[in-house]
Design a protein around this ligand. Structure first.
Ligand code: ADP
Ligand code: ASP
Ligand code: MG
Length: 436
């Protein structure tokens, strides 16, 4: 069974939803994972924010505007009265649900319930559209099998057991549709896999059912060698290893959710990135095969904070680094980059919720300097030690750019550099010119 995930743009209008039919209608068994229609989750975030702020009228206006948009979509999508009526009832249910939050106190859990509405709508809308075309499909409720544990990480065992049980109810079906992004948490409440999380849903399902292939259908013809939103003349990379793809996703290539590669990698399931607007394009195949190219692609991640921890006697005092890392562990704050010298260690983080407390504790053992508004630029390729000249080529390209940190040698396929965010664009452009 294959897993095919379609992102927000791929279900972004009535026409786009109609265009999915030829891509998913074949005898081959498959599970379709859908995002919300593009723009919907952002609107739901806005609605939740206004409810938080107690701006009831604003929330009402936003909900009404979103409903109008969906009404226009269903008018275009369904031809037969029966299906149109069914879709109208669907909208009524979900929009009444949203309005109900205006009547009462608003909490964080309720925000998650609001954010879940987009995927619940898009999947039901496709399901009805297929029925209207005479194509039978089964709507699988993600909230009955997708779950994160207390650590907020997906609980693969639970997902595996429960999705198998759900699929087992329909032994004759070959087309399943389910919601990306949404899940339940350890307390059974509605939660989600963070923004862009539908990719993660797809790879988790793929891993859980040991799928033969996971396809991520989006609005571009695969992983490009550089960020196409920032740099001109980028091109798709036809093959990537799991490690390379994981680095690019984690360090900012928006086409993939930051941690979605891992479930596929663990079970060695190939992932194909494909373009809904150009289905015949080759796209990118992510597998165990190492491309072997010296420079494969670059990506950048913003919102990085660097912390320099200085202790004159650091090297003499073994156990110092452990004491430093324990502070980050206590505050459940992952470190992305590390560089050391004899007198100092610099680390970067992107979760700053506990930054003040972290600094306070670090100041008990060392002096601390903090730098904000930084970006990590990650260069992915094959940098085995016997491959001469890679570093030279990178640094020659970056001749005119001030670099704050460099990480080289952590793995054979990643070089990361830290720059001020204001220099990100010229860094990506300079690398495009110098490396590709
Ligand atoms: P979806 O809604 O289908 O999940 P996303 O917007 O999340 O789509 O991801 C696709 C977008 O990612 C592309 O339109 C492109 O602008 C952006 N992107 C950023 N970096 C890259 C990259 N290296 N390769 C391809 N796309 C990228
Ligand atoms: N709809 C969610 C979002 O916009 C999940 C996704 O599209 O992957 O973040
Ligand atoms: Mg996405």
């Amino acid at each position: 069974m294959k897993v095919l995930k379609f992102g927000g743009t791929s279900v972004g209008s009535a026409e786009r939803i109609k265009n999915l039919v030829p891509l998913i209608h074949s005898p081959e068994p498959k599970i379709i994972v859908l995002s919300a229609m593009s723009g919907t989750t952002n609107k739901l975030v806005e609605i939740a924010q206004s409810l938080y702020a107690g701006e009831n009228e604003k929330a009402k206006a936003l909900i009404d505007a979103l409903e109008k948009h969906y009404q226009a979509v269903i008018r275009e999508l369904y031809k037969k009265e029966e299906y149109y009526t069914q879709a109208k009832e669907l909208l009524r249910t979900h929009f009444d649900y949203l309005h109900a939050f205006r009547m009462d106190m608003f909490t964080a859990n309720e925000e998650k319930a609001i954010l879940a509405q987009g995927e619940l709508l898009s999947t039901a809308m496709l399901h009805y559209h297929l029925s209207e075309q005479g194509i039978s499909s089964v709507l699988l409720p993600a909230l009955s099998f997708m779950r994160i544990g207390e650590d907020e990480e997906p609980d693969l065992k639970y997902i595996e057991t429960n999705i198998r049980a759900e699929l087992g109810k329909y032994p004759k079906a070959n087309l399943f549709i389910t919601q990306g992004y949404i899940c339940r948490n350890a307390f059974g409440e509605i939660d989600n896999l963070k923004r862009g999380g539908s990719d993660y849903t797809a790879t988790l399902i793929g891993a859980a059912i040991r799928s033969e292939e996971i396809q991520i259908w989006t609005d571009i013809d695969g992983m490009h060698n550089n960020d196409p939103r920032i740099v001109d003349k980028t091109h798709p990379v036809t093959e990537l290893s799991f490690d390379e793809a994981a680095e690019l996703a984690y360090f900012g290539a928006k086409i993939l959710h930051p941690t979605c590669v891992l479930p596929a990698q663990q079970r060695r399931i190939p992932v194909r990135l494909l373009n809904t607007m150009q289905p015949e394009a080759r796209g990118t195949l992510i597998s165990e095969t190492i491309s072997g190219q010296r420079f494969t692609a670059v990506a950048a991640k913003d919102g990085i904070t660097a912390i320099k921890i200085k202790s004159g006697r650091m090297l003499l005092a073994y156990g110092f680094l452990r004491a430093v890392f324990e502070v980050f562990e206590r505050y459940k704050t992952p470190i992305d980059m590390i560089t050391t010298s004899e007198v100092a260690v610099s680390v970067t983080i992107d979760q700053v919720k506990n930054l003040d407390a972290i600094i306070r504790e670090l100041e008990e053992i060392a002096s601390v300097e903090v730098d904000k508004d930084l970006s990590i630029v990650c260069i992915v390729g094959s940098f085995a030690a016997d491959r001469e000249g890679s570093a030279l080529k990178i640094f020659e390209s970056l001749r005119s750019i001030p670099i704050r940190m460099i990480s080289y040698g952590g793995s054979e396929y990643n070089v990361s550099i830290l720059v001020k965010s204001e220099h990100k664009k010229e860094t990506l452009m300079a690398l495009n010119k110098g490396l590709f």
